[in-house]
Design a protein around this ligand. Structure first.
Ligand code: KDO
Length: 329
């Protein structure tokens, strides 16, 4: 049975074909621009995997415009830029969300995740669903989560650190943001905000005594050149939330959403694997560079952080029953 098309449709088809003949662009799908910015440097695993894997995977539908090293928006301002429609995507931190959603403080708290596997169990559970919904309610669609290492205290000065009492008065750089600064207080230190891209200079000039980046970032940014010791506090299993402005997401077709989601899931899985692999070799590398690398009294650090949190104003913001669900996973 030949397909019956009416006279009007027939004419429309002829006109369309004629148009396409004279300007192929009318048929060539115009690529959707995706403006991306984050504070990772160009040498970072995340930048390399983005350019080598993620960008090519979405190149058919999207025109990715990536900015690393916070070259478009200062670290900590990306979420607001996304809400205002000035930025499409970023790799956000938990304290970025906590600024507008106090309940997110629960997952940015010291020692809340036992390890990388526990962290992913939480994000893939009902707890993760609840937190992702809170993010959508402020206009941010979280596409995927990647592990960027476990945070430990590393110091320029040689003072031996065994318990939080030894951290008293230590000027510990933490990223800007209330959640990050409180995390520094939970380590017994005197936290001070410095942008990621300024940490090397702050260590070199003695403006700060310590910082707490995961080992892969300390390597990539060469912070170890101005550090003397790594104290394996393991106080935070660090992740980025790979996100898109919800308005942008909602403007995509279902096919474009499926494509972007699949590429994001693949991207975060690849990044997490590479960070974990690199991290496993770095204690030996830092020792080879002359740093002292040792484990402090972890029980003392965990006890101190829990007491600090209980006495703080933050626990009242936590969703009732959520910490029990997290601990049970
Ligand atoms: C940092 O500023 O110490 C930090 O490591 C915090 C992380 O959550 C993440 O924002 C990271 O910077 C950036 O992705 C740069 O690596």
């Amino acid at each position: 049975m030949p397909i019956q098309i009416g006279r009007r449709n027939f004419l429309k088809t002829q006109v369309t074909l004629a148009t396409a003949a004279f300007c192929p662009a009318a048929f060539a799908q115009t690529k959707i621009p995706l403006l991306y910015c984050e504070s990772a440097s160009n040498e970072d695993i995340r930048a390399k995997v983005m350019m080598d894997r993620f960008a090519p995977a979405i190149a058919g539908e999207f025109d990715l415009k990536p900015y690393f090293n916070s070259t478009l928006f200062k670290q900590g301002t990306e979420l607001l830029a996304m809400q205002r429609g000035n930025l499409d995507m970023s790799a956000l931190s938990i304290p970025d969300f906590q600024r507008q959603i106090p309940a997110w403080g629960i997952v940015g708290n010291a020692y809340v995740f036992r390890d990388k596997d526990h962290m992913f169990k939480v994000w893939n559970s009902d707890v993760g669903k609840q937190l992702f919904k809170m993010a959508e309610d402020i206009g941010i669609k979280i596409l995927s989560v990647h592990y960027i290492g476990t945070r430990h205290v590393s110091l320029r000065i040689k003072k031996k650190i065994n318990t939080p009492a030894d951290m008293a008065g230590i000027r510990l750089r933490m990223p800007a943001g209330e959640g990050w600064q409180f995390l520094g207080e939970c380590l017994g230190a005197n936290p001070t905000p410095v942008a990621f891209s300024e940490v090397y200079a702050a260590l070199q000039t003695g403006a700060i005594d310590a910082q707490d980046n995961p080992m892969p970032l300390t390597k990539t940014m060469k912070f170890y050149e101005v550090l003397s010791q790594y104290v394996l506090t393991g106080h935070l299993i660090n992740c980025n939330l790979f996100s898109i402005a919800k308005k942008k997401w909602d403007s995509l077709t279902p096919a474009q959403q499926t494509k972007l989601q699949a590429a994001s899931t693949d991207y975060s899985a690849t990044v997490s694997t590479q960070f974990a692999a690199e991290e496993s070799e770095l204690a030996a590398f830092f020792k080879s560079q002359g740093l002292d690398v040792y484990t402090p009294d972890l029980a003392a650090f965990q006890k101190f952080a829990l007491e600090k949190t209980k006495k703080s104003k933050y626990m009242k913001d936590w969703t009732p029953g959520m910490i029990e669900k997290i601990e049970a996973l």
